[in-house]
Ligand binder design. Structure first.
Ligand SMILES: Nc1ncnc2c1ncn2[C@@H]1O[C@H](COP(=O)(O)OP(=O)(O)OP(=O)(O)O)[C@@H](O)[C@H]1O
Ligand SMILES: [Mg+2]
Length: 362
């Protein structure tokens, strides 16, 4: 669907462009015989008013920011893979009667209708038939990953890219981009269940994979901006001061204890959200246990958040390194910048792995 709809362009090279509500990120790879070589990587924070709860409030400023980032990184490639997330995206694992890919292609719209809370004509739909366990096959059923993305949301994001003078060639979903980043950088252990938790500015994407295969995903409307809002409201800080306070910088005339209390309270609420999603996952997959949590996103850098997640959830927790299997030419990149910004690159890396003509889930 998304990528099929958008894959008019045949040039091989493309840029992964993650238009987040906190920052715009771009990643470009050069695919060599040895693997992926990092060609471009840039992060440009944007004004918090430009994209609010996933809605683009000031398109022309977002377009300027995209142009600025491309110019800053001297990117000449015009083909772009972009992604959307949040309320306008539905990703579900459903069970359907056994049929071939071609048969499902014919009937997916009709089959999908009951699972999608939007008018079926307002969404782009795609599917992927997942590996079918024997027990399910014997019952004449198969698991299917169903994806629906609101057309207006996709059009809105595509238009930003077009207005910036670029060609949107792939439309993806944040959680799939994150899965691809994981699959590039980590060895998949057949029996292992891994939770990917990406904590951005307004959205937290949680995806659970078993043996590298999709099991569950959910986007939750929470993230780093809530910390800014609380600090602005309760300590009377500006957005920029709140941004500095979140990085454990002392702000003149501001009680550090009060700031820390607020950050810790919000950290607790965020961990409770993660736990709620894990509990929900367990109700849908009662025999599964999560073995490992991999965290990404700019807000994973919040003081003590990672420690709190591993303590409260009691599952080994580590930060994703989206470049762990990417060659980075040290003469072209500042490694301190890469290490600092890597948590924010997770979605853009997954997008940069796409090739024109790909389906969204391969
Ligand atoms: N060192 C840091 N400490 C705390 N928070 C940080 C740090 N660096 C970045 N952040 C926060 O990370 C968020 C941006 O992260 P990211 O780029 O992953 O989000 P986004 O993709 O723009 O947002 P979304 O996908 O939710 O729209 C912002 O809220 C920012 O304040
Ligand atoms: Mg994001």
């Amino acid at each position: 669907m998304l990528s099929r709809v958008l894959s008019y362009f045949s040039k091989k090279n493309l840029v992964g462009l993650d238009i987040g509500s906190g920052a715009i990120k771009l990643v470009q790879f050069n695919q060599t015989k040895r693997g992926y070589l990092l060609q471009k990587f840039g992060v440009l924070p944007i004004d918090p008013e430009l994209i609010v709860d996933g809605a683009v409030m000031d398109a022309s400023q977002v377009v300027s920011a995209i142009r600025e980032l491309f110019a800053q990184q001297s990117v000449r490639t015009k083909n772009v893979a972009l992604s959307v997330s949040g309320h306008s995206v539905i990703v579900k694992k459903i069970s359907l009667p056994l049929m071939t890919e071609e048969e499902l292609q014919e009937s997916i719209k009709w089959e999908a209708e009951q699972f999608i809370p939007f008018d079926i004509n307002d969404v782009n739909i795609d599917f992927h038939i997942l590996p079918t366990p024997d027990a399910q096959r014997e019952e004449g059923q198969m698991p299917v990953l169903l994806v629906a993305v609101k057309k207006d949301k996709l059009t809105e994001y595509m238009n930003l890219v077009i207005e910036a003078g670029l060609n949107p060639v792939i439309g993806d979903v944040d959680s799939f981009a994150l899965e691809n980043t994981y699959l590039l950088n980590y060895d998949v252990n057949g029996g292992e269940t891994v939770a990917l938790v990406n904590i951005g500015a307004s959205v937290m994407n949680i995806s659970i994979l078993k043996g590298g295969v999709f099991s569950f995903t959910r986007d939750i409307s929470t993230g780093g901006k809530q910390y800014n809002e609380a600090l602005q409201r309760e300590v009377d800080l500006s957005f920029d001061q709140a941004e500095r306070a979140k990085r454990a910088e002392a702000i003149e005339g501001v009680d550090t204890h009060q700031v820390n209390d607020i950050i810790q309270r919000l950290n607790s609420e965020l961990v409770a959200e993660v736990l709620r999603s894990f509990d929900y996952f367990k109700t849908t997959s009662p025999n599964e246990t999560i073995d490992r949590i991999l965290i990404s996103g700019g807000s994973s850098k919040l003081p003590e958040l990672m420690t709190l997640i591993s303590e409260r959830i009691e599952i080994p927790t580590e930060r994703v390194n989206p470049f762990s299997r990417v060659e980075i030419p040290p003469d072209q990149f500042d490694m301190d910048m890469i290490n600092e910004m890597a948590p924010q690159a997770a979605v853009a890396v997954g997008l940069a792995l796409r090739r024109p003509g790909d389906r969204w889930y391969e």
